[in-house]
Design a protein around this ligand. Sequence first.
Ligand code: NZQ
Ligand code: ZN
Length: 385
Amino acid sequence: MDNFTFHNPTRIHFGKGQIEKIADEIPASATVLLLAGGGSIKANGVYDQVKSALGERQVHEHWGVEANPDYDTLMPAVEICRAKKIDWVLAVGGGSVVDGAKFVCAAVDYDGEPWTLVEDFGSSIKSALPLGVVLTLPATGSEANSASVISRRSIKAKLPFMNPKVFPIFSVLDPETTFTLPERQVANGIGDAFCHVIEQYLTYPAGAAVQDQFAESIFRVLIEVGPTTLAEPTNYEARANLVWAATCALQGVVGAGVPQDWSTHMIGHELTALHGIDHARTLAIVLPNLLEAQRETKRGKLLQYAERVWGITEGDEESRVSAAIAKTREFYESIGIPTRLQDYDVSPEVAGIVAGRLRDRGADTLGEHGDLTPERIEAILQAAA
Ligand code: NZQ
Ligand code: ZN
């Protein structure tokens, strides 16, 4: 196990009715910016609960943060924060609203052009407004981590940034707020959380038993409750387990002191930037072929994953690795997420374009061994046709 420093400062309020905790978290004297998406929180009553918890506080609102939050949508919110002297930002929605809020919080006090904060992966962030979250879509883990992914459609960019200053101060996770999610978004959440664990686990053995077995338990929970929560959207127990699994998948414990990959995400972000494919769906396109391409360097962990997650113990090593990769593809397909480019009407030519974009950005050392070159990434995407 490698050395690590672990500090997750986000307070989680989990369960039914927990939105009222906002009243204890945000000072009564605070001026608040409520950031939201396209309106789902109005339709399902979450907005009313939030307003009631905010009571007499002065609240400004900024709506319209889209899936894959865009710089141009967020900059007006930065201006509101500056003009109205906002003290707290409250993100109410899915991962896109939360990520967008992190950008706004960091940009408010920044003197330069805020896109720089994204371009330099968050390293210029020196301060950020305090952030509270009411999460309505279990998927990204953004409610309890220091990461954000911002798109800028005008230049076809989608880039992640990270900084401890943007950890939410608190997050409310009430599974009932997610009951209104369309099936496609629930499936996306399951698929995204699954891949977050893969990116931190499926590298090479590092002697990290707690991290490994925590990861394996999250995989098993997702495999078990995924189909149930899709079939029974208002089954509280199943949904509660999905919500907590998705948070645990990317709040730091699984990835502490172990090698990480993240190449599936980096390649997937390019597919979203170019073709607008939902984040989780891009991962399903990339992941099975990436595992196939990396089966030698990931062999030890693939065998462990095969046995402990999928119960594959028969056959020689090659066939067990192949079976684990096939099970992974089947899992995505079984929750309604297609795994081929053609399923999204994207031609195989995208392979060369993605490789070129990564090369131009100098991102040619992807993978836990830095061995995923643009040429190999092109081949992975060609295999995904
Ligand atoms: O805009 P509204 O009307 O709210 O509708 C949203 C949106 O259309 C809807 N929705 C959310 N909660 C709902 C609901 N509809 C009905 N009932 C509810 N309770 O769902 C749609 C998708 O929402 P979005 O926030 O985009 O989804 P998700 O949470 O999957 O977030 C995806 C974004 O997160 C980034 C992705 O790249 C993508 O931009 N990621 C962020 C990460 C992080 N910060 O750590 C890690 C991830 O790997 C990921 O990259
Ligand atoms: Zn993700």
